[in-house]
Write a protein that binds this ligand. Structure first.
Ligand SMILES: [Zn+2]
Length: 264
């Protein structure tokens, strides 16, 4: 759902050999912004030329998603502030050359919460940039970041629209998709161009639509016990989406299984 403007921007910089070493990202949604940064980190490091949905065999993308890539360090406020020892730890971790990835990366969530000592420590780090280290400072409150830090960062604004809107449209997508799968009794249904997060939202929406329909009975023209079987199926697939299963295979198995339930 998120159009990755930032990723395009970073790729352009890289193409022109002008990649900044630290970005200050101003946002209204910390979580979505963090996700977008993860996409950028994957894109810059993935040995399989990460495009949209890197396949499940890619260890690097998996490690980024599960926040366990050793060369990627994330810190956020410990209580009210990001403290000096957190920044020192970060520097220590990034002092080793990356083994699995091209870059060492660090992410500061709520970068406006750096206390004075921590800000001074990070500043020294920013003053002596190293080629293989990339930083992302994320904030919803840019005004509270000291000027000396701001002036050393490449600033980029990542604002997100009302999340409810996108949920609403995904509900419509889910409704027509489910309708088609049920109507075609599991025969071929067109592929959807969705990423993992969107497929997750699609299935969650389908689950709530089927649940509603068991009570209201005005949408799916099938028996209640078949609806309940479909609900079980969706719940099962929702578990699988969280692991890195192939999305096309997952959708394939969805309409094959729905076909079995309807025809059976
Ligand atoms: Zn990958």
């Amino acid at each position: 759902m998120v159009v990755n403007r930032f990723l395009d921007y970073v790729n352009k910089q890289l193409e022109n050999k002008r990649l900044a070493h630290v970005f200050l990202l101003e946002t209204n949604n910390m979580e979505l912004c963090y996700k977008e940064v993860c996409e950028v980190i994957k894109s810059l490091n993935c040995p399989h030329k990460y495009i949209k949905d890197c396949n499940e065999e890619c260890n690097l993308c998996y490690l980024v998603d599960s926040e366990s890539l050793p060369s990627m360090v994330k810190i956020q406020a410990d209580g009210a502030f990001i403290k000096k020892n957190q920044v020192l730890e970060l520097k220590e971790k990034l002092s080793f050359k990356p083994i699995y990835s091209r870059y060492n990366t660090y992410i500061l969530l709520e970068a406006d919460k750096l206390n004075v000592q921590a800000a001074n420590t990070i500043l020294k780090f920013l003053e002596e940039p190293e080629d293989n280290i990339l930083g992302f400072l994320i904030t919803t409150n840019k005004e509270n970041i000291i000027t000396t830090i701001k002036s050393r960062c490449q600033t980029f604004s990542l604002m997100y629209g009302d999340v409810v809107d996108s949920d609403e449209s995904m509900r419509e997508v889910a409704k027509s998709y489910l309708e088609k799968v049920v109507a075609k009794k599991g025969l071929m249904v067109n592929r959807l161009d969705l990423d993992r997060e969107e497929v997750l939202t699609l299935f969650k929406n389908m689950l709530s639509l089927v649940k509603e329909d068991v009570i209201k009975n005005n949408f799916l023209k099938i028996d209640d016990f078949k609806k309940i079987k479909i609900m079980d199926l969706i719940e099962n697939l929702l578990q699988k989406i969280k692991y890195n299963v192939n999305l096309d295979m997952l959708l394939d198995s969805f309409y094959i299984e729905v076909g079995r339930i309807i025809n059976g």
